[in-house]
Ligand binder design. Structure first.
Ligand SMILES: C[S@@+](CC[C@H](N)C(=O)[O-])C[C@H]1O[C@@H](n2cnc3c(N)ncnc32)[C@H](O)[C@@H]1O
Length: 224
């Protein structure tokens, strides 16, 4: 069985990014990496949960499709997009990215669809191959159970990517690792290679201030 996400939908929504921005959890490093991605058309965020709009602030993506297996998290995301009102840590993220409230409103308007699907099986995602210019995941692939599971799920997740398209994301290493894949540079390199992708960044950043996680692996790459 796949390891569980660290918190249920409501608790996650309240705990992470709901109040003050917490430096040291790796978020600021991920935002830096995302700002290297050029403007894109269709962006698919996998394991999106309720937080795609946080990452959207650092990106310039025309249309967001958020996919998660948990309907409740997607409902929270849709309601948030309709509210157009940045909350808690989102204000800091706007400032860190040199953006303002009007930019957030635009990000909200760009949420074009939410889809409920399991992204960690061998089954194809509900997106056509070549239909996405950018595929991201934050905290999804780190829930895989073994190197084989990680590379297979990576492959399925990046099948929708168009040639030349971008991939970006991050996975935290849990302090209680039971059942979770052990993340490493060779693992990421193998996953990139198997999916015909070129890594542009694979970086492990130490995390402080969260007893559940001790580092985060951040990556950027492109499909050949
Ligand atoms: C650590 S949370 C990250 C949420 C969000 N991406 C973020 O940056 O805060 C992991 C997310 O993956 C989703 N998830 C877990 N297993 C999944 C699966 N098999 N298929 C699709 N989504 C999954 C969870 O519902 C949750 O939203």
């Amino acid at each position: 069985m796949t390891p569980q996400t660290i918190a249920g939908a409501g608790e996650y929504w309240d705990h992470y990014y709901g109040s003050e921005f917490v430096f040291g959890l790796g978020t600021e490093h991920i935002l830096d990496a995302l700002q290297r991605v050029p403007p894109t058309g269709t962006w698919a965020d996998l394991g999106a949960g309720s937080e795609s709009l946080l990452w959207s602030i650092a990106l310039d993506a025309h249309r967001l499709i958020a996919i998660d297996r948990d309907e409740q998290r997607l409902r929270i995301l849709r309601a948030y997009a309709l509210s157009r009102e940045p909350r808690g840590a989102y204000w800091t993220v706007l400032a860190l990215c040199g953006r303002g409230r009007a930019d957030f409103t635009e990000c909200c308007a760009r949420v074009s669809g939410t889809l409920a699907a399991d992204c960690l099986t061998e089954a194809a995602l509900p997106l056509r191959p070549g239909s996405a210019d950018l595929v991201t995941q934050f905290g999804l692939l780190g829930l895989t159970t073994s190197p084989g599971h990680f590379t297979r799920a990576w492959h399925v997740c990046h099948e929708p990517l168009t040639p030349g398209g971008w991939a970006a994301g991050a996975n935290w290493t849990a302090t209680r690792r039971e059942g979770r894949v052990r993340l490493s540079r060779p693992l990421y390199q193998a996953a990139f290679t198997r999916s015909g992708m070129t890594p542009l960044l694979i970086e492990q950043v130490p995390v402080s201030g969260d007893p559940d996680f001790d580092s985060v692996w951040i990556y950027l790459g492109r499909k050949q």
